[in-house]
Design a protein around this ligand. Structure first.
Ligand code: GH3
Ligand code: MG
Ligand code: MG
Length: 328
């Protein structure tokens, strides 16, 4: 009977011990309100997913920092709204990391913003330097480099589309003695005004460039020889009729012009050479006149007044003949 009481006491102690261990284990595994294993695993899984998500975010930060900033904010809000429990330490660590990443992100964004602004400023500087490199500072016209590029472009277009193209060289007459008489500042003033005068009588699609000291070139796209001749004479008479006011002086000058139209087998060198030859012919021909090079010869372009007179004569002849016909 004594043996039975001893056995009963041992079994009772073992039972109490079992309950105590169960309670401790249960308390360790399920702190606070009781939670199931699958729920805990899902919770850890979510934290791992957040960590992975953050890793991806950090990796891609350079690609789109702005987007990451908003994503990280969202992740941070989700983490902060998660129920705290035994994993609160892990959650706090992740939240701390998120906060750090957000700070880094903001700094990166600021630096990217600065870099973007600097890049924009630099590209504007490069752009204005490019424009400067192609612009004549005195007149604001395209310079020789810009002219060469435009001529090559137009010749390529002519080859492609077979649309004709003409070129006029314009040179101020006796400009050296003009400078000697009126002074270099007066010469500069006149150069600027000649440039403006040329632009005002040409079409928008034409390009006038200052290619030398007192020498200009005009590219006339889609312009045949007859139209180029008329344009040259319009330019010549406009400049000759202009009075350039400078310090109470009313200055006048004239220009000589060389004209040519593109021909098969032409390139920019041969085209410019012909226009130059026509210009020298105009100088030899007495200045204040235009010459055209037709591929074999240089011929003087008659002034528009004479052309108008010729048209008047033809019209008169025609009128007379019509009257005679009506009488018969
Ligand atoms: P031609 O009728 O044969 O063309 O005679 P020209 O005197 O015009 O030609 P020349 O080549 O002998 O002289 C050109 C002059 O142009 C000399 C130079 O002082 C003047 N010139 C060139 N560039 C400038 C400039 O930027 N400003 C001023 N004021 N004069 C310039
Ligand atoms: Mg000259
Ligand atoms: Mg010259």
């Amino acid at each position: 009977m004594q043996f039975s009481w001893t056995l009963f006491t041992i079994v009772l102690l073992l039972g109490v011990l079992q309950i105590a261990v169960g309670m401790v284990v249960g308390k360790c595994l399920l702190p606070g309100k009781p939670r199931g294993e699958p729920r805990k695993r899902a919770h850890l899984q979510r934290i791992r997913q957040f960590a992975r998500h953050l890793f991806d975010l950090v990796n891609n930060m350079a690609d789109d920092v702005g987007q990451h900033q908003s994503e990280i904010t969202r992740v941070s809000q989700e983490l902060a709204s998660m129920p705290t429990g035994r994993d609160s330490g892990v959650t706090k660590t992740v939240l701390g990391t998120v906060a750090q990443i957000m700070q880094i992100n903001e700094r990166l964004q600021e630096r990217l913003g600065d870099a973007e602004q600097r890049l924009q400023e630099q590209s504007q500087q490069i752009e204005s330097q490019l424009v400067e490199a192609r612009t004549d500072p005195l007149t604001g016209l395209p310079n020789r480099r810009a002219f060469d590029d435009e001529l090559s472009r137009r010749i390529a277009e002519w080859r492609r589309k077979n649309s004709t193209l003409s070129l006029i060289m314009v040179d101020i007459d006796h400009f050296k003695s003009f400078n000697d008489r009126h002074g270099h500042p007066a010469g500069d003033h006149v150069l600027r005004n000649v440039a403006g005068g040329l632009q005002s009588v040409l079409r928008e699609m034409d390009m006038v460039a200052r290619i030398g000291g007192e020498e200009f070139a005009v590219i006339l796209p889609a312009t045949n020889a007859a139209d180029a001749r008329r344009t040259a004479e319009r330019v010549r008479s406009a400049i000759a009729g202009e009075k350039f006011c400078f310090e109470q002086l009313q200055l006048q000058l004239t220009v000589s012009l060389g004209v040519t139209t593109i021909q098969p087998d032409d390139d920019s060198v041969s085209l410019v050479k012909r226009a130059d030859e026509a210009l020298y012919a105009a100088k030899r021909g007495g200045r204040n006149c235009s010459f055209i090079h037709d591929g074999s010869d240089c011929r003087r372009i008659e002034s528009s007044k004479r052309s108008e007179a010729e048209i008047d004569t033809v019209c008169d002849d025609l009128r007379r003949k019509l009257t005679e016909l009506a009488r018969d």
